[in-house]
Design a protein around this ligand. Sequence first.
Ligand code: SF4
Length: 346
Amino acid sequence: MTIDIRELTKKQLQEAVLEMSEKSFRANQIWEWLWKKCARSFDDMTSLPIALRNQLAEKFQFQTTYVDEEIKSIDKTAKLRFLLHDGQKIEGVIIPSLSRTTACISTQAGCPLGCGFCATGKFGFQRNLSTGEIFDQVAILNDYSLSYFKKQLTNIVIMGMGEPFLNFDAVMNAIDRIKSPEGLAMSPKRITLSTAGLVPEILRFADINNGAQLAISLHSANQLQRERIMPIAKKYPLKDLIKALEYYHTKTGDRVTIEYLLMSDVNDTLDDARELAAFCKHFPVKVNLIHYNEVPDLPYKKPSAETVADFGKYLEEKNIVVNIRRSRGDDIAAACGQLANEQTEK
Ligand code: SF4
């Protein structure tokens, strides 16, 4: 069974090219086709001799991602469903605004963490995505942005289907290709990765310090309440999460984004805000408050606009930077926590 060419490191590609008795500069050309020119097949690599393209096709697979379906929201947010080489389907979202165009991408087909409020978690886990599959979503959404909004992507949030830190190496490799001058050359400061709070991987991410930003899907700063809505909190309790985030801040100097989905009668009282404020005192943070987007068959409800405003005001009075996020794309199930494709639903 041959492997996908995009699983190779640059050094491995150079070795493979030499094994094929080709000049070493061919490796640079191939690398550029893979990650800068975003080739989708060996046939796209038109600066290579046909004999070399054929040799590559014999030696490696080229696992391509296709757009299977595209749904547009009335607010111009678009959800793209991607078909992977083995028939798995995942989703990505593009969110345009006046000042930025943000792509939200997936890292797993499904998710094993089973957060109670989440459409993706509800349908279980299929598999991790490869580096190429994570990269493809950015390249395709960037083309989409250029076609429809006449501008490049400005921001990438790794917050779609899946827990990125359960697919650590592929996600780090994809970030590397996205930020590299030999790849898409996007600033890592504009890439934000969101985790449910996997402590060992937060420490690894801090040590790698690749410039990408970290967000925590917190959703509750009360241990028992968090365990009820996010089972992973039993394995990594808040006290350990705080220590890991302190380490992250010390290593990177970056502040942590706290994602907090407000759910009616679950985590939206002023007592909840007080506990969140206490959690935020350990390191510099920015809090994104997002009202919950209801998911069919799940019991959680959206809070009132007044509740969201009061919660935000409480945090601001404690000198915490707060953004109350306008939810985008909820009419097409593209909003936070709503991504789950039909295949998964089956
Ligand atoms: Fe997985 Fe994130 Fe959904 Fe939790 S919220 S189940 S980590 S996709």
